[in-house]
Ligand binder design. Structure first.
Ligand SMILES: NC(=O)c1ccc[n+]([C@@H]2O[C@H](COP(=O)([O-])OP(=O)(O)OC[C@H]3O[C@@H](n4cnc5c(N)ncnc54)[C@H](OP(=O)(O)O)[C@@H]3O)[C@@H](O)[C@H]2O)c1
Length: 280
């Protein structure tokens, strides 16, 4: 599994593991999936207090209990809790559910009504206390990122977690460039389009199948590898079955040629710039 520098933070695998809706899956299978993913190098685990109202953090806590040190653990505060005091309390609740004393990265899930300066001040306090090792943001457009940088200077954010998949490449207009310029990682959430992965009957889907065949790989592996083709990019697919985790992890070892990348770019065009950054 290839690893890269995650903003100014640690080296992190290019393919990690999402956990949204994991509480709906069979619990044993969910835990086995996360552990299989860890075995195969997908040590970046993304969760959030919002997922299953804390139930997913408990599942993750159980899955990583005897191997915390192997994991790059990320959780998120919901905007409703992101006041100066509320952020600290939300983080402490997450740490308890995750059965750990620290997060590797803590994110603001999306922008809300509390001043960003208050949330960042709370992140910095958590960092001073060793409860988080770094902080980042999610669903931020370039203007939001600029504001975060104005408030925090060079200290943050280490990443921006955003919607990015083959049929939704809007971050390439501005956000990706901003993050590259300022050394922030870009984490592609819903890299399979959540439940809209292009089927083999579609034009784009056929291109994926053809490229995959040349590598004895699968269309999903090709898609994941395409999404992490720039040095600031990471992806966090979510799976509920260990064999799917294994399939996704193998994308970390795939290499696409420039010609294959160009074919995929053409099959899933960037589209026009809109004012709003899309969210799922
Ligand atoms: N920051 C944010 O606002 C935000 C928003 C959305 C998501 N996220 C994060 O990003 C993660 C990923 O996004 P997502 O969960 O929306 O969707 P996704 O990863 O794009 O797709 C997940 C779907 O793909 C299926 N799948 C996974 N691997 C597969 C494989 N190898 N073969 C066939 N099907 C496969 C899963 O099925 P099974 O589960 O049944 O295996 C699930 O239905 C989330 O879990 C969450 O951690 C963050």
């Amino acid at each position: 599994m290839e690893r890269r520098r995650f903003g100014s933070s640690a080296e992190v695998p290019i393919i990690g593991q999402g956990t949204w809706n994991l509480e709906i899956a069979d619990r044993a299978s969910a835990i086995a999936t996360l552990r299989r993913g860890l075995d195969l190098g997908m040590t970046h685990i993304d969760t959030a207090e919002m997922y299953g109202d804390g139930a997913v953090e408990r599942i993750v806590g159980e899955a990583i209990a005897d191997r915390r040190d192997q994991v790059f653990l990320v959780s998120k505060v919901v905007p409703e809790n992101a006041s100066r005091r509320g952020t600290i309390e939300a983080c402490e609740r997450s740490l308890a559910r995750l059965r750990t004393d620290r997060l590797d990265c803590y994110l603001l899930h999306w922008r809300g009504s509390y001043p960003l300066a208050d949330t960042i001040a709370a992140f910095e306090e958590l960092q001073r206390d060793g409860k988080i090792l770094s902080w980042g943001v999610s669903n931020f457009d370039a203007r939001d990122l600029e504001e975060a940088r104005r408030l925090a200077g060079k200290r943050g954010p280490v990443c921006n977690q955003v919607l990015y998949h083959l049929k939704e490449r809007a971050i390439e207009h501005e956000v990706l460039r901003w993050c590259e310029r300022h050394g922030s990682a870009v984490v592609a959430y819903s890299p399979f389009g959540h439940d809209r992965f292009p089927g083999p009957e579609t034009r784009g889907g056929r291109v994926l199948v053809e490229v995959a065949a040349a590598h004895h790989a699968t269309a999903r592996q090709v898609a994941l590898r395409f999404l992490v083709r720039h040095p600031s990019l990471f992806a966090i697919p979510k799976a509920s079955h260990p064999d799917r985790a294994a399939e996704n992890a193998a994308a970390g070892d795939l290499r696409l040629t420039d010609e294959e990348t160009a074919r995929i770019e053409a099959a899933f065009p960037l589209g026009r710039k809109t004012r709003e950054l899309p969210t799922l």
